[in-house]
Design a protein around this ligand. Sequence first.
Ligand SMILES: NC(=O)c1ccc[n+]([C@@H]2O[C@H](COP(=O)([O-])OP(=O)(O)OC[C@H]3O[C@@H](n4cnc5c(N)ncnc54)[C@H](O)[C@@H]3O)[C@@H](O)[C@H]2O)c1
Length: 379
Amino acid sequence: MTKKKINVGVVGYGFMGRTHSNAFGKVNQFFKLEHQPVLKAVCGRNAENVAAFAENWGYESSETDWRALVTRADIDLIDIATPNDSHAEIAIAAAAAGKMVMCEKPLAMNPSQAEEMVAAVEKAGVANMVWYNYRRVPAVTLAKQLIDEGKLGRIFHYRAKFLQDWTISKDIPQGGAGLWRLDVNAAGSGVTGDLLAHCIDTALWLNGGISQVTAMTETFIKERTHALTGKVEKVGIDDASAFLARFSNGSLATFEATRYARGHKALYTFEINGEHASIFWDLHDLHRLQYFAHSDEGRLRGWRSLHITDGDHPYMKNWWVPGLQIGYEHTFIHQVADFLGGLSDGKPAGPTFRDGLATDYVTDAVLRSAASGRWENVS
Ligand SMILES: NC(=O)c1ccc[n+]([C@@H]2O[C@H](COP(=O)([O-])OP(=O)(O)OC[C@H]3O[C@@H](n4cnc5c(N)ncnc54)[C@H](O)[C@@H]3O)[C@@H](O)[C@H]2O)c1
């Protein structure tokens, strides 16, 4: 069958530019789809570096100005893999030019910007998606299936953490390549928008809406040299963020993220406790799902460690043979596969921009609560 070509233009060629390029390039080898992404162009500001990236990953061309890329007649889909402060401008211009848009998370710097992005893609009627890739770890997708099937029954508790330790040194500058996450003007917030946003997206997907939060944040290192100005400047991001939440279904939650948990590199975990069963997942062991079922015979009852590698586990029949696991990069391939599948069956795969906006509403309530010291409603 001749596949319908989708010409992709990726903006940004850092960490996410690589995961996305890999996903667009591999998806058709592993998934049977009507559409086929074509690596048409990649955009970055340094002509020599972006040309080298284009050659390495097999792009047909490169650009140094995203404005030129989004208006190119031979581009169907704009993929945004740049720091957070440029998501809105690129996405809105891409939608106005009639392109499909995939955008990295968090969707925007704040909810009002995110609302404009939602309005732009919905007005243009273009397919859109936010790269909250953890939904597509097969073990996390299985957790979603088990919850939707009612295996957990009524849910009482949701507990999520995302722990890192890479900004503890006061000598790390803020701003510039790789360190834009420490600069509030480029990132919008600290770990709240960077790490907790992932935890919140997964939680909204698995357990429904969050109605209220009460939060605390801290900036442990108050001043850092700015890589772009060379001056010591106030740090505007939150280094750590924790909040309590109430879900609309009546369950209670705790969320925590920090870059000051010595010994932890990217420890994203969640545990969900229901009336009949509980689930625990850990990114460091992403191919396993821990499951406890109260219905098991008493003598044998206990936490099971499920190895999510079988053909009847989500996505796994597309990969190797039972028992052989897959990893982080595959979640992006799954996301592209589902996005393209949505184009074929007319059922857009989430998270759409509107779903991304829902996460931005929660992170906004977290930051408002940390400032006010009170419970805050989620918009
Ligand atoms: N889904 C995930 O798990 C995940 C993980 C990491 C980062 N992210 C998100 O992805 C985005 C990018 O993060 P990253 O870690 O890849 O950053 P990075 O610093 O590794 O790469 C950013 C890239 O954007 C380019 N860039 C910056 N401004 C540009 C402009 N105006 N025009 C063209 N190119 C520009 C930079 O040159 C660089 O190539 C952020 O929004 C971040 O929050 C998501």
